[in-house]
Design a protein around this ligand. Structure first.
Ligand code: SAH
Length: 216
């Protein structure tokens, strides 16, 4: 089946059917060629309703989770966005179509360099990949209008709240190492508003304000 057709089915059956409504998000999900962000032998599974393995024991998130997290960021097009956990670069490509600048941080150099190369080849020119510990955010480019964390955190690092603009949104999975709840946090003038969206499973966010490398 042609990839384009598979993408249309994915948008209808996995995203619209489960309540994703933001037309810009749906359009971005129908546009980005997810099969190019997975290893060649997994291309035929790229549009399946699940996460898939990438190198270094990491994963590319399920399409629905990518769409949901992106929708929760409420992007209009002129935002500066921070993504923690570049991984394959797929989520960065989706964000690239929906915001003005995307700063993406990855701790594993091999993943960062592969993603950076692919994003450049595909002309996602407003994505900037940095190799560092993203648990402390990216102070040199702060503040951000939106922050998305694509790895599971034990708690919300204060750095993210500090690096958000007033009115900014933070979407982050928080919980144990093996299962989390998806939080959407808004930094409003009256304080921090927190909403819990859904249960989810992400690889751990490892670093100074996250999980320790060898923690059980
Ligand atoms: N958004 C990615 C999902 C990648 S999985 C995609 O679309 O493919 C989560 C990624 O977070 C992994 O690549 C992992 O190495 C990275 N990660 C974990 N802890 C991190 C940290 N402290 N800083 C930056 N990246 C981190």
């Amino acid at each position: 089946m042609a990839y384009e057709y598979q993408r249309r089915l994915m948008v209808n059956d996995q995203l619209k059917a489960r309540g994703i409504r933001d037309e810009r998000v749906l359009h971005a999900m129908e546009t980005v060629e997810r099969h190019l962000f997975v290893d060649e032998h997994l291309r035929d599974k790229a549009y399946a309703d699940c996460a898939l393995p990438i190198a270094e024991g990491q994963t590319i998130s399920q399409p629905y989770m990518v769409a949901l997290m992106t929708e929760l960021l409420e992007l209009k097009g002129d935002e500066k966005v921070l993504e923690i956990g570049t991984g394959s670069g797929y989520q960065s490509a989706v964000l690239s179509l929906l915001a003005s600048e995307v700063f993406s941080v990855e701790r594993i150099p091999l993943l960062a360099s592969r993603a950076e190369k692919l994003l450049k080849e595909l002309n996602y020119n407003n994505v900037h990949v940095t190799v560092s510990d993203g648990t402390v955010g990216l102070p040199e480019h702060a503040p951000f209008d939106a922050i998305i964390v694509t790895a599971g955190a034990p708690e919300v690092p204060q750095e993210y709240l500090d690096q958000l603009n007033p009115g900014g949104r933070l979407v982050i999975p928080v919980g144990s190492r093996y299962s989390q709840a998806l939080y959407r946090i808004r930094k409003s003038p009256s304080g921090i508003e927190k909403n819990v969206s859904t249960a989810c499973v992400f690889v751990p966010l490892v670093g100074e304000s996250g999980w320790k490398e060898n923690e059980p």
